[in-house]
Design a protein around this ligand. Structure first.
Ligand SMILES: Cc1cc2nc3c(=O)[nH]c(=O)nc-3n(C[C@H](O)[C@H](O)[C@H](O)COP(=O)(O)O)c2cc1C
Length: 232
């Protein structure tokens, strides 16, 4: 049976909730391994200086209901400094071979600590050391200085990265804890646009919006989606 979410056109009557479509597109890109990092997305932040700044991150989970995605990063990085100044962010996924684009705008908040702990614990030792080793977005004197910094910090956890980055993990080494400055960011969607490539530039395009109201625990109460078909 063909998956209706993966049809070459959006249905005549627009779906009432775009998030399950977006989720299906992201899953399809991953299953088909259309690129080396099919879950990569561009995220744009705008800090106090009102200047937009874009970079790629990896979408590590997509929760269609109630409607947010998660990426992981260093909380001292430029992107997090900016999204703490201004939580409004924009995200774009694009898979050229599938002729699909997803645009999401919304509000970014840090993930609950226990969720970040769980994800960090699931990562391999090298990635865990990498999270401790790099002060992301801070100036760096040289590549050598970074290598030395990573090796020095790794040793504190009983990990020797001195030899060609082969990790030698000390026996009886306790689990590496998550750095307090590293974790997840949830992007709660207030606007979603789905775009499907058509012939002769007659693409299929629709945009949905809903209200987001922030709760004390950094979750959001969400309104119903309303969708509008747009000229391409
Ligand atoms: C394919 C790819 C995947 C990336 N994934 C992440 C990621 O998941 N998290 C992250 O913090 N940076 C990731 N980066 C690096 C970012 O693009 C960026 O260089 C870094 O986060 C610093 O950005 P900032 O100074 O604007 O905060 C990735 C880069 C590429 C090219």
């Amino acid at each position: 049976m063909t998956n209706p979410y993966l049809a070459p056109r959006l249905p005549d009557e627009l779906p009432s909730d775009p998030m399950h479509w977006a989720e299906a597109w992201i899953e399809a890109a991953a299953e088909q391994r259309v690129t080396r990092n099919p879950n990569s997305m561009t995220i744009v932040t705008v800090g106090d200086n009102a200047v937009p700044s874009a970079r790629i991150v990896l979408c590590k989970s997509f929760i269609a209901d109630p409607g947010y995605l998660v990426f992981y990063t260093n909380y001292k990085s430029n992107k997090v400094r900016e999204l703490l100044q201004n939580p409004n962010v924009a995200v774009v996924f694009h898979w050229d071979t599938l002729g699909r684009q997803i645009r999401i705008e919304g509000q970014a908040v840090r993930s609950p600590a226990n969720e970040s702990d769980e994800y960090f614990a699931s990562r391999d030792c090298g990635s865990q050391i990498g999270a401790w080793g790099s002060d992301q977005s801070a100036p760096l004197e040289s590549r050598e200085a970074l290598i030395a910094q990573v090796a020095e910090r790794a040793l504190k956890f009983g990990v020797d990265v001195a030899h060609n980055r082969d990790l030698t993990v000390a026996r009886d080494q306790p689990a590496i804890p998550r750095p307090p400055h590293w974790g997840g960011v949830r992007v709660w969607a207030s606007h979603v646009e789905l775009w499907l490539e058509g012939t002769d530039r007659i693409h299929d395009r629709a945009r949905w919006e809903r209200s987001l109201s922030k709760n004390d625990d950094d979750t959001f109460t969400v309104g119903a989606w309303t969708g509008t078909r747009l000229q391409p």
